[in-house]
Each structure stands twice: as C-alpha cells, then as structure tokens.
Write a protein of this length. Structure first.
Length: 37
C-alpha cells in the first residue's frame, strides 16, 4: 500500500490513524536495514 493511500485512509477516521501507525510499525520491523540508535 502506498503512503498516499495510507494517509488518505488515516484522514478519514481515527481508526485509520491506528491502522496507519500499526502498518508503519510492522513495516519498520520487517526492514532490518533501519538503523537503531
């Protein structure tokens, strides 16, 4: 899903905001190339 689609969903409902954050969190965990500092 594109970030634009996620943002559009998030604007629609508070539920969308939680889904967006959960999705981004899962995406971050799935990408081991993210530096942790």
């Amino acid at each position: 899903m594109s970030l634009r689609a996620i943002a559009a969903e998030a604007r629609m409902t508070p539920e969308g905001v939680r889904k967006m954050l959960k999705r981004l969190d899962e995406q971050a965990k799935a990408e081991p190339n993210v530096p942790e500092s």
